[in-house]
Design a protein around this ligand. Structure first.
Ligand code: Q46
Ligand code: ZN
Length: 308
């Protein structure tokens, strides 16, 4: 198999793109795909300050790497979720990555800020699934750090597989509100929010993994222990089977949704959020989701504390 650009021996074959590339041509192809998505969706410009949410996994580190390579002003944000050895290992990977490339990194350990609650604390006290508590906590700290740090945009490493799985889940349950907000760029609906972007939304997990491998990125391979059995994985599995039978399915699914379906769901009249009475961040009720969750933890813990 030969590289479609230079005819050298190919290292990666991309069936969805009907292409194969040698290493230098693949790295160029990958960067151009990301660059094109940034430009086409007007995600950000070189003069803007970008906060990149990095988990230590291959997608977010590949994203940070490619943004830095393209010359963007990209600062990493690592949230210490307090999930035992997984959190310790991922933090170490992120810190090493940043140090080796002299990239600016912010580390926020959830147990050391605000109410001092890591994900296992919140999940145990509220008896919620860890991932549901985690989503609310992460959103709050991403928004807070981006706002307080004066960043223009928050970038996450969601790839095509993530977006396709999320879309499938939203369609299977006809989650109209989520479908209305599933876009690669979300403009802020409040002065304390920043723009949120997903520059990797059209590159597959395989493509990101190949990029990370070729760039020598050392990432945390183990998944978060809470990810095991997540419904998202079942959707990914189903989509992978469809992709194998008909290459390009995921790309078409996501692209065509954004072109034809998404605008129909987007409600032009969505009311903007007010201010949370607890933390001052944007909220749709009196309290934001984060403060509601923290109060729930406090409420549930109070009787236990009184009894002990
Ligand atoms: S980190 Fe958090 Fe994920 Fe772990 S607890 Fe679930 S949501 S699986 S991306
Ligand atoms: Zn709040």
């Amino acid at each position: 198999m030969k590289c479609v650009r230079c005819r050298a021996r190919a290292e990666v074959a991309l069936r969805a793109h009907n292409s194969a590339f040698c290493r230098p041509c693949y790295l160029r192809f990958f960067r151009r795909q990301v660059e094109r998505a940034i430009a086409a969706e007007r995600m950000f410009t070189p003069s803007e300050r970008i906060l990149v949410a990095v988990s230590g996994g291959k997608d977010s580190l590949a994203l940070w790497d490619v943004l830095a390579e393209l010359g963007y002003d990209a600062t990493g944000l690592y949230l210490g979720l307090g999930i035992g050895p997984y959190s310790a290992a991922s933090r170490e990977k992120v810190e090493r990555f940043a140090a080796a490339r002299a990239l600016p990194l912010r580390v926020v350990a959830l147990e050391a800020v605000g109410p001092g609650l890591g994900i296992p604390d919140v999940a145990a006290a509220t008896r919620r699934a860890a991932c549901s508590a985690c989503g609310t906590m992460k959103r709050h700290w991403f928004d807070t750090v981006a706002h307080e740090g004066g960043f223009d945009v928050l970038a996450t490493g969601h790839n095509l597989d993530d977006e396709a799985a999320r879309l499938l889940g939203n369609v299977l349950h006809w989650q109209q509100e989520y479908l209305a907000r599933q876009r690669p760029v979300l403009e802020p609906s409040h002065p304390k929010f920043v723009r949120k972007v997903k520059p990797l939304y059209l590159v597959s997990e395989y493509e990101t993994a190949a990029y990370a491998f070729m760039r020598g990125i050392d990432y945390v391979v183990e998944e978060c222990p809470n990810a095991v059995g997540a419904t998202q994985l079942a959707y990914k599995d189903a989509l992978n089977r469809l992709e194998a039978a008909s290459p390009g399915t995921k790309l078409r699914f996501v692209k065509e949704f954004l072109r034809t379906g998404q605008p129909a769901f987007a409600r032009a009249d969505a009311a903007p959020p007010g201010a949370c009475a607890g933390c001052g961040m944007p909220a749709y009720g009196e309290l934001c989701a984060f403060c509601r969750l923290v109060r729930e933890v406090e409420r549930r813990r109070a009787p236990a504390a009184a009894a002990s």
